[in-house]
Design a protein around this ligand. Sequence first.
Ligand code: SF4
Length: 359
Amino acid sequence: MKEPAMPTKPIMITRTPRGTQPTRQTHAAPATPAWQHALAHAIRDPESLALELDLDPVCLPGLHAGHDLFRVRIPRSYLARMRKGDPRDPLLLQVLPQLRETEEHPGFVADPVGDHDALAAPGLVHKYHGRVLLLTTGACAVHCRYCFRREFPYAEHNASREDWAPALAYIKADPSIREVILSGGDPLSLTDHRLADLLRRLEAIPHLERLRIHTRLPVVLPERVDDQLLGWLGTGRLHHVLVLHANHPQEFADPAAPALARLRERGITLLNQAVLLAGINDDPDTLCELQEAGFRHGILPYYLHLLDRTRGTAHFEVAEHRAIELHRALQARLPGYLVPRLVREIPGQPGKTPRWNEA
Ligand code: SF4
């Protein structure tokens, strides 16, 4: 997976008194944003993960087996919200490589949602009326083991590879498109410079009204919510919607909480989508608290996804009848505006397919 570009060192021409020659000087590089330092120091190998969390070394072969398929990546600020010595910690389980990822299960495939077949231009997925999804980068701050794009060939299908041009031309040619969704990978793993450039070009397309950003960074790498990000987010002609991704209420704890507060103060529409995951959030208390905790941070629930059946993720699946029971429990215990829509993504359908009416 790609890493975000680091700033390069600029060459500056200094002004000199009249009659003397200007001299070329190399100035100090602009400071690398703290979030890029944090990303560079993320946990990236099984031994460090086991050591940092006091995990029993007996788990190391399993960790390596999963890591060989999809590499470990965990920011330290996310790790800090996990309990040491507890291999069942709900945050750890989302990012812990396991031997079970090597198992083959019928129906669990590389591209369960049909993204590949819906590519309209390099890095541009057009599945649903009125909106398109731009795959901006393959990079993420964290590698979630259940990710439906864990095998997606980003190197081939990345809109930024061709300077966005074919994707932007496609959007410009279709006036029915009102909304662009930045996805990835995680779009906020791009630099602010790249994102501001993309935003400027999207704003020049007159029929666009909304920019939606699907991101897990404010939750797993809260350092990303800095002055530079807040300098462009929520500005300009397009209405910005940030769709976060948190699956457990503990993910909203410090140090994520102050970052979420800054986003809320910026006045950006904040939504959350979660994935229903066995052993992590498949009980009514955790799911209710996820919605309540999110709302305390100004985040409204959006989707509760049934697991996309991606190869290597079968151990996360919650049976659909159980998911419907859980959803009914949410409806019984929460006001309607705090109940996310329980959905499954089915390739070829005109939108996410709701599941809550099917007992
Ligand atoms: S942040 Fe999103 S895209 Fe990245 S690994 Fe996690 S689920 Fe997948």
